[in-house]
Design a protein around this ligand. Structure first.
Ligand code: CA2
Length: 146
């Protein structure tokens, strides 16, 4: 069984430490623990970076090593054609995940490049949505979704 990759973009290392009214008080370490529990036997590569290059390199790694991707690209969602191009190469299911409902926010958060290749988009469930995304990804993998 190959791992799932749960990739988090810029500033999400600060989760639980600022803007709790939007993002809640849960830390990324707590999210990781929930995801590992939800994944059961499935190996999990849970990562966060503030670097666009690093995020793209992890997508390349997932192309070679992974069965599925959950990605919260944070601000790169709305800016990075390079990330979109990398994700397009992934043969399995991709869940684009946002803690907040990006469509209820300012206009600049409405146009996601990543949605152009994501299998599924999840937004607005809070940090508690991450383990739900893990369960959903397992089901997408089982049915061979892309
Ligand atoms: O809701 C999400 O998960 C976002 O991807 C978070 C991004 C934002 O640019 C997207 O529109 C929606 C920003 C994350 C900023 O990082 C923070 C981390 C902890 C607390 C506050 C902000």
């Amino acid at each position: 069984m190959k791992p799932i990759y749960i990739l988090n973009g810029p500033n999400l290392n600060r989760l639980g430490k600022r803007e709790p009214e939007i993002y809640g008080t849960t830390t990324l370490a707590e999210v990781e623990a929930w995801c590992r529990e939800a994944a059961g036997e499935r190996p999990v590569e849970f990562r966060q970076t503030n670097s666009e290059q690093q995020l793209i390199e992890w997508v390349h790694e997932a192309i070679d090593e992974g069965d599925g991707i959950i990605i919260n690209p944070a601000a790169f969602t709305f800016t990075s054609l390079a990330l979109l191009d990398a994700l397009k190469m992934f043969p399995g299911p991709i869940i684009e995940f946002h803690i907040s409902n990006i469509h209820r926010r300012e206009q600049i958060y409405h146009r996601s490049y990543v949605s152009m290749t994501a299998t599924t988009v999840m937004a607005g469930l809070g940090a508690q949505g991450y383990p739900i995304a893990v369960q959903a990804l397992e089901s997408l993998i089982a049915r061979g979704a892309r």
